[in-house]
Design a protein around this ligand. Sequence first.
Ligand SMILES: Cc1cn([C@H]2C[C@H](O)[C@@H](COP(=O)(O)OP(=O)(O)O[C@H]3O[C@H](C)C(=O)[C@H](O)[C@H]3O)O2)c(=O)[nH]c1=O
Length: 187
Amino acid sequence: MQVTSTPLSDVRLVVPKRFGDARGYFVETWNEQAFALNGLERRWVQDNQSLSATPGTVRGLHYQLDPFAQTKLIRVLTGRILDVAVDVRRGSPTFGQHIAVELTAGGLEQLFIPAGFAHGFCTLEPDTTVAYKVDAPYSKECERAILWNDPALGIDWPALAGASVSDKDAVAPRLADATDLFDMRPA
Ligand SMILES: Cc1cn([C@H]2C[C@H](O)[C@@H](COP(=O)(O)OP(=O)(O)O[C@H]3O[C@H](C)C(=O)[C@H](O)[C@H]3O)O2)c(=O)[nH]c1=O
């Protein structure tokens, strides 16, 4: 398993070892010991999966507040996405900064996003299926969103981004207007 850092502290790109043969391949998509050895131990409590039919579907940018803040481990089962994490922790040296990385079914790449980051993606192919583990249960009350195409974030979405967006995501506040964020500043 290969784990690489990203410009956002604690956000990691994970690529599991692929055992290929004439039939195809086998991978361990998650292994408690391997993840713990890389400082990525989490007690996953929920597995999620979404299918997006239209290329250019954008889901996000979402996060949950404490006590249901979530670490997420994202991978693509079919298709391709541009996966984005935005630091929404006031006081963080990278507050408002993001990373954008392509995750593909064929490449087996995974993105490990700790709590404190808003997460979203744009699908790049039809019928893209995304699966992700979370270490806290869904909480509608603690769920928040920031606007996916907030110009201040400077996310270089592909031209097709926004072909399909939920009503909720279309009216999310810009980061500057968001009231409920994480806070790393000293009390
Ligand atoms: C997230 C979630 C949703 N739901 C229900 C609530 C809605 O009735 C329905 C669709 O939810 P939503 O439109 O929020 O789904 P997405 O837009 O794919 O949201 C996800 O997209 C971005 C990329 C994320 O990182 C989040 O994990 C998650 O918010 O599923 C549940 O029952 N459990 C859940 O854990």
